[in-house]
Design a binder for this molecule. Structure first.
Ligand SMILES: C[S@@+](CC[C@H](N)C(=O)[O-])C[C@H]1O[C@@H](n2cnc3c(N)ncnc32)[C@H](O)[C@@H]1O
Length: 282
């Protein structure tokens, strides 16, 4: 299969705009997806890739004519493709563009498309994950790539009933910190839904007095929520902080959640090779 950089061309279909920093996100994402799909190929009978916020498949880098492949296309074109793909996208035009691109680029792939809000379509997403048994093992990688902190923890809790690793973009700077006053107001349920509990308010009141910083607090609380689902909570320093190119503003963390230590070994390699541009030999 051709490289994603050769595949991503202006094909006239809808294409969202992204900041140049998205290229770092995609570099880390594709390294992890490649290591995961290759490393798990002979250990599990079926490997499933789930993209809860799939997008259109291609994006244009803001202020340029450069087209780059997004997470679904990158996942479809890894060297050892997944056995099944599940793509959820709220915007019907973007989902339709993704369907066309997938049909052109990876026509033989087994893909289920779920239109709508991933939080409310969770039953349909779960229904698309092949049933697992002792005789037929199934492992999934779920990419959670929202614009803000709109992912509901309950959605991840439902998915965690299956064998899944999560790679999550935690928009704790570009959303939570910017909307701090709004999310802190007593009638906002946004952070409760993101963390799956309302306990954070009391904790925040106490750690804030000791000088804690809200985005870091949220990322750590999110890891603690994942721990309640038996995921090994990653320390903050293993969450990759991504900044904007123009003003060097902190935007989000890219964080891995797994129940298996080996997944964190892959992630360590990804952080080592993905951020200094050296190539990783698979
Ligand atoms: C940051 S983009 C992700 C793009 C994609 N992962 C990629 O790498 O190109 C977020 C996407 O999620 C979609 N979206 C927003 N809210 C959603 C929701 N609740 N459920 C599913 N998709 C949603 C948006 O339309 C947008 O295409």
């Amino acid at each position: 299969m051709a490289e994603p950089s050769e595949i991503a061309v202006d094909d006239g279909l809808p294409c969202a705009e992204v900041g140049a920093w998205a290229e770092l996100k995609y570099r880390l994402f594709v390294l992890y997806a490649s290591l995961f799909s290759k490393g798990m190929k002979y250990k599990w009978d079926e490997r499933v890739y789930i993209d809860l916020y799939a997008g259109a498949g291609f994006s244009r880098v803001r202020g340029t004519t450069k087209i780059i492949a997004g997470s679904p296309i990158l996942a479809l074109t890894v060297d050892d493709p997944f056995d099944k793909y599940i793509f959820c996208e709220q915007d019907p035009q973007l989902l339709s563009a993704l369907r066309e691109r997938t049909a052109r680029i990876a026509p033989a792939s087994n893909v289920a498309y779920i239109p709508g809000d991933c939080n409310s379509r969770i039953d349909d997403i779960l229904a698309q994950i092949p049933p697992a048994s002792r005789e037929h093992t199934v492992l999934g990688l779920c990419f959670v790539d929202p614009f803000g902190i709109g992912i509901k923890f309950d959605t991840l809790r439902r998915l965690s009933t299956r064998y899944l690793d999560f790679l999550c973009l935690l928009a704790v700077y570009m959303d939570a910190n910017r909307n701090y006053a709004r999310y802190l107001s007593e009638d906002s349920r946004k952070v409760d839904e993101f963390l799956g509990s309302a306990d954070w308010r009391q904790k925040w009141t106490s750690v804030q007095a000791q000088g804690a910083y809200f985005p870091k607090f949220l990322a750590e609380e999110f890891a603690a929520s994942m721990k309640s689902l038996e995921y090994i909570p990653p320390p903050l320093y293993t969450m990759k902080e991504v900044r904007s190119d123009e003003k060097n503003l902190r935007l989000y963390y890219l964080a891995l959640f797994s129940r298996d230590e080996r997944a964190y070994e892959f992630w360590t390699q990804v952080l080592k090779y993905g951020t200094d541009q050296r190539s990783l030999e698979f």
